[in-house]
Design a binder for this molecule. Structure first.
Ligand code: NAP
Ligand code: SF4
Length: 672
């Protein structure tokens, strides 16, 4: 019997049967705008082959005014159908099913043509939208219906109508964004008319044999959000209007509450889906921070939902479902919810990929093909770059030996996993080690490789990583100056008053580590919800109590410094940096830029700021001033006449992160 019996039950929707209860949720990849339909088709085809029950595409606008940005993809023209056909044909040939998401951005559009129920600018968008007049509201309905007809003509198995996350349909629902006094505003019956009419007209257009998913916002997490009674009323109206399934969304994009970041406990919002399920007769889908088959199975087994939707886990591993089904769940490459290569890329206008799987979004170009000329490969350093290079090279058929001077694999990842909110890194390190061993990598832990040891290898890869940079701040007697690596390793005692030199990713991480030490590896869901002010939506509209979150008691008095005068934390991830900044601000961490460091003594850190010299009283000064490459072995090999491949931090320490290291390791190994 399957380890996940609920996950692998079929679902009969009348005209079609889904093979399991797993949906690949909508995720914009950026491939939609390239015009390279082959590449998009290949991306989805790999996921279809991996056994997912139903794929939902990234969002396509039903009309030009609904696009997320001026060059974003839409489906308002019949000429687009042929390209989509390439995708649907390929997915169907792989045995999969695929629905197209219709997304109208409303006031979230990064475009001067943005429209909305009322002319109220979103805090996360640059333009004030134009309020739609009544005739234009009617036209939105017709545009959704026409786009659904095109999706059907293009061979999709269904559409998902995006009604959550604060996009246009959601904007009509709440008084927060809908100040209209006509038939589309005022009473709730009026405010919900647009989404309900869209579902009705789409169903009329596509007929009964087509999946229509409506994505409903269960918790808006913004002021004046929908009440629970309104959510239930809408769900029932959408069901009556002909929806096949209800997907569930949590939090508007403008909400200042994390909903999918790594610090959000797994399945943190399944309880809200469970609350909706008995109110409707159609299948409901749970989403947000579901990243293992165990978590997904538990949601279904508890009766919280009929299906689960996962998006990012399918970037991390296209074979997620197949591995779970065939007793190989321990081979699933876990999504660590970092957003670094997926959502951060999307917001930067780049193709979405995955930190742990650089092939995601690059399927047609980065291929791990079996080698016809097996070589011996010596890799030095089992951090992310070395592990990835060794594993991919071994999977391709090379004989790989991986030397690691310490007693464990993981390198800098072993520091990341000690940070509160980054517990997912634990699973990543162990998954990396299992994958390397399975691929046949000869792992030599506790062995410091030298030139002689590497002599016999056909290829040598140096991934010796980085060492903390010493900014050489003069220190007098009694000064307690430590490096971040010693702090995170637990090797350096840290006092009550702390000054942190350097405010990059590691400075912020160390501040979080020292402010909230000992946070549990499996975060307590209820404590987390309370910390962010999230309550049962029956208690407060939108599920938001007060202003959303509270000050958290820090265990230490912490100050964070940088020399640049710019705002601290600018180099943090686009979609997660605000959470880190907010968390530290709430913990009372002081942040200052535009300083120079004079010296450290027993009293603390002496700096010069705009107001002149200052003493920052501190028991401990922690150096987080970036890193330098560790290249001793690489230089010695070069001096001996060899030409080693140098990757990761050993190659370039500036702005190194796990994403770049893993990508570089994978790309090198694909070519060896
Ligand atoms: P970093 O981001 O380059 O930051 C280094 C910090 O040290 C900066 O604040 C810099 O600011 C300061 N600094 C540099 N040289 C200095 C010197 N000589 N004296 C004093 N201060 C100096 O490096 P990192 O924090 O070590 O992080 C390394 C990499 O890991 C980065 O790419 C980072 O993005 C990544 N990372 C990411 C995350 C994440 O959450 N996504 C977390 C951890 C690490 P000033 O020059 O203005 O003083
Ligand atoms: Fe998950 Fe990070 Fe990959 Fe995005 S980049 S899919 S969050 S592991």
């Amino acid at each position: 019997m399957s380890a996940y019996p609920h996950l692998f039950r079929t679902l009969d929707l009348g005209h079609v049967t889904l093979p399991n209860r797993v949906i690949m949720g909508s995720m914009h990849t950026g491939l939609e705008e390239t015009g390279d339909w082959e590449r998009l088709a290949e991306f989805y085809a790999e996921r279809a082959l991996g056994g997912v029950g139903l794929i939902v595409t990234g969002g396509f606008s039903p009309n030009p005014e609904g696009v997320l940005h001026e060059s974003a993809a839409g489906l308002w023209d019949d000429s687009a159908i042929a390209g989509h056909r390439v995708v649907t044909d390929r997915v169907h040939a792989c045995g999969g099913k695929i629905a197209l998401q219709l997304l109208h951005a409303g006031r979230y559009a990064y475009s001067k043509g943005a429209v909305a129920p009322s002319a109220i600018k979103a805090p996360i968008a640059p333009y004030t939208p134009r309020a739609l007049d009544a005739a234009s509201v009617e036209r939105q309905i017709a545009d959704f219906a026409s786009a659904a007809r095109r999706a059907q003509a293009a061979g999709y198995d269904g559409v998902e109508i995006m009604g959550s996350e604060g996009y246009l349909l959601n904007q009509f629902l709440t008084r927060h964004t809908n100040h209209r006094r006509d038939a589309w505003g005022g009473s709730y019956a009026n405010r919900m008319r647009l989404p309900v009419e869209i579902v009705r007209r789409v169903r009329e257009t596509v007929g009964p044999n087509f999946i229509v998913i409506y994505r409903i916002s269960l918790l808006d997490l913004v002021p004046e959000g929908s009440t629970w009674a309104e959510v239930v009323e809408l769900a029932q109206a959408v069901e009556a209007a002909g929806a096949s399934m209800l997907n569930t969304g949590i939090g508007w994009h403008e909400a200042r509450i994390p909903t999918i970041a790594a610090s959000v406990p797994r399945a943190a919002f399944a309880w809200v889906t469970a609350k909706l399920r008995p109110e409707v007769g159609l299948p409901v889908i749970a989403s947000n921070r579901i990243n293992t088959p165990e978590v997904a199975e538990a949601i279904l087994a508890e009766g919280a939902a009929d299906l689960v939707s996962m998006a990012r886990p399918f970037l991390a591993d296209s074979e997620f479902v197949e591995k779970a089904q065939t007793g190989r769940a321990d081979e699933i490459v876990p999504c660590i919810a970092c957003n670094q290569a997926c959502l951060d890329h999307t917001f930067e206008g780049r193709i979405a990929s995955c930190l742990v799987n650089p092939r995601a979004g690059h399927e047609t170009e980065l291929r791990y093909t079996r080698t016809r000329e097996p070589k011996t490969v010596g890799v030095v350093g089992a951090g992310p770059a070395g592990l990835m290079a060794a594993t991919v090279a071994a999977e391709r058929g090379h004989a790989v030996t991986l030397f690691e001077a310490s007693g464990e694999v993981g390198g800098q990842l072993n520091m990341a996993r000690r940070i509160p909110g980054k517990e997912e890194f634990h699973g990543l390190v162990s998954s990396f080690e299992r994958r390397a061993r399975r691929a046949g990598v000869d792992l030599r832990l506790g062995v410091r490789a030298d030139v002689d040891m590497l002599r016999g290898f056909d290829e040598v890869v140096i991934a010796t990583g980085v060492a903390p940079r010493d900014p050489a701040i003069p220190s007098g007697s009694g000064a307690n100056v430590v490096s971040y690596s010693d702090v995170l390793a637990g090797d350096a005692p840290v006092g009550q008053r702390v000054a942190i030199v350097g405010a990059g990713g590691i400075g912020f991480d160390v501040a979080e580590f020292l402010a909230h030490p000992g946070e549990t590896p499996a975060p307590d869901r209820d404590a987390w919800l309370a910390r962010w002010g999230i309550v049962d939506p029956e208690m407060a509209p939108g599920g938001l109590a007060g202003s959303g979150g509270e000050a958290s008691e820090a265990e230490r008095d912490i100050s964070l410094f940088q020399r640049k005068a710019s705002k601290l934390g600018r180099t943090l991830g686009k979609t997660t940096g605000w959470i880190q900044r907010l968390s530290l601000r709430r913990a009372g961490v002081r942040m200052r830029g535009g300083v120079t460091y004079d010296r450290v003594d027993a009293e603390g850190l002496h700096i010069k700021g705009p107001g002149g010299p200052e003493l920052i009283p501190a028991d401990t000064v922690v150096l987080c001033a970036g890193q330098e490459p560790v290249r001793g072995l690489a230089d010695a090999l070069t001096a001996s006449g060899r030409r080693p491949h140098i990757i990761g931090g050993a190659d370039m320490a500036v702005e190194l992160d796990a994403k770049r290291a893993i990508d570089q390791g994978a790309r090198l190994a694909a070519q060896l």
